[in-house]
Ligand binder design. Structure first.
Ligand SMILES: C[S@@+](CC[C@H](N)C(=O)[O-])C[C@H]1O[C@@H](n2cnc3c(N)ncnc32)[C@H](O)[C@@H]1O
Length: 391
């Protein structure tokens, strides 16, 4: 097959949404990091996209493209790489390009089916089926004994499901050769903590060791009792303050759901210090920056309490994302649930890549913090890890 024919076939298959998955490897360039690129279809804001996941220099970055944007990408990839393993609906194709770009192909028929639903950002179906009785949800008062979600618990049920979807999307970033160590900081009544155990261990069969930590003794005692009653052996609850919780060797994933104010920063700080591969955190009320904002240039906003509060919150989350990027994470701020469900609807998603901080990220973070005249908790918490780049 000629190279042009191959280009045309790939472009057509991408535009017809036949992609199941793919891996592109064998870079032609010796100077370029000899990584690979994984490809899969994802749904973003309701639209079909193709996600390219670049594994270079021990870092992972993502690029999402519409099928109509793939033409140039295909040409570029065939220019730069020599091997493609493409799994299309109904067929797998192994493609090898010679030094002179001669194409060799091996095709095999498969029963690959295109995914009915794409699991990047949104799913129509809940991970926890609302029509099934989930014992832990009955015990926690979210479901009635016959499985009906209680009216006043609908929002919570939706939040738990959505959070578990984010966990599902993050599984690829977690180790597979050992039980997963997960901590839910500020777990409170621990709907999420139980749901994580139920989903990962009971539904998916992962070996897990999950801890819920909170300041409230009575609530934690109740959760621990329930975990024992349900025989959830890998789930434990502890009373304690996040900042003092440092007697742990290794943690793979840290989650928080509406941990108040700087409790979120404490949790992010702990996660970074442990080198957690995945951080999923939905912050809550934000008071810290609210009291610090003192830039005259912001007076037109900060004189209105409501605007000041929202701005302080958004600025805090933006700084959190920048700081996580600076200490080796690839961080995104994504919508958690819709605004009608809860106004606290930003989720910080951070995957550890070990990437070195980029000079432009350092410069823009410094400038933003200086402009706000703020002293963010997380910057202080991670002084050592930031190695002075923000001071
Ligand atoms: C709004 S509740 C959220 C509870 C739970 N994550 C949920 O979504 O239902 C916040 C929880 O964080 C806990 N918390 C706040 N600061 C904490 C700290 N420094 N250490 C441990 N827990 C803390 C509180 O006790 C409270 O239970």
């Amino acid at each position: 097959m000629e190279l042009e024919q191959l280009q045309l076939e790939l472009i057509t298959r991408f535009s017809e949404q036949q992609l199941i998955s793919g891996v592109i490897s064998q870079s032609r360039s010796k100077t370029e990091s000899a990584g690979k690129i994984k490809i899969k279809p994802v749904e973003i804001k309701g639209l079909y996209h193709i996600q390219l996941e670049y594994h270079f220099d021990q870092t992972i970055t993502h690029e999402n493209k519409l099928p109509s944007e793939m033409e140039e990408t295909v040409r570029e990839l065939l220019d730069r790489y020599r091997q493609l393993q493409m799994n299309w609906a109904g067929e797998s194709v192994h493609i090898q390009l010679s030094k002179k770009k001669k194409v060799t192909m091996k095709r095999s028929v498969t029963d690959n089916q295109p995914p009915v639903e794409l699991s990047h950002n949104r799913k129509k179906n809940y991970v926890l089926d609302p029509d099934v009785v989930h014992p832990f949800l009955v015990h926690l008062g979210v479901q009635t004994k016959d499985g009906k979600i209680k009216n006043q618990k609908h929002d919570k049920f939706k939040q738990i499901n959505r959070f578990v979807e984010f966990v599902e999307d993050s599984l690829a970033y977690l180790p597979t050769d050992q039980p997963l160590r997960i901590i839910d900081f500020g777990s409170g009544k621990s709907y999420l903590t139980f749901a994580l155990y139920y989903y990962l261990k009971e539904l998916k069969g992962y070996e897990v060791n999950i801890t819920g930590l909170d300041l409230k003794k009575d609530v934690i005692a109740h959760c621990e009792k329930l975990a024992r009653e349900l025989q959830y052996d890998g789930l434990h609850f502890k009373v304690g303050d996040i900042t003092d919780y440092n007697n742990v060797q290794q943690v793979d994933m840290v989650v928080t759901l509406h941990a108040c104010d700087v409790a979120t920063d404490m949790a992010l700080g702990r996660a970074v210090k442990w080198g957690a591969r995945v951080i999923l955190s939905v912050p809550c009320c934000q008071h810290e920056l609210f009291t610090q904002l003192d830039s005259p240039a912001l007076a037109v906003m900060t004189r209105h309490g409501l605007i000041k509060e929202r701005f302080a919150s958004l600025a805090t989350d933006s700084i959190r994302a920048q700081v996580l990027d600076l200490v080796g994470y690839e961080t995104q701020l994504v919508e958690f649930v819709d605004l009608e469900n809860t106004p606290k609807n930003i989720l910080i998603r951070a995957y550890y890549t070990g990437a070195q901080p980029k000079p432009e990220t350092i410069a823009e973070t410094k400038a933003f913090v200086a402009f706000l005249q703020a002293k963010p908790f997380l910057v202080n918490e991670l002084q050592e890890e930031l190695k002075g780049v923000l001071t």
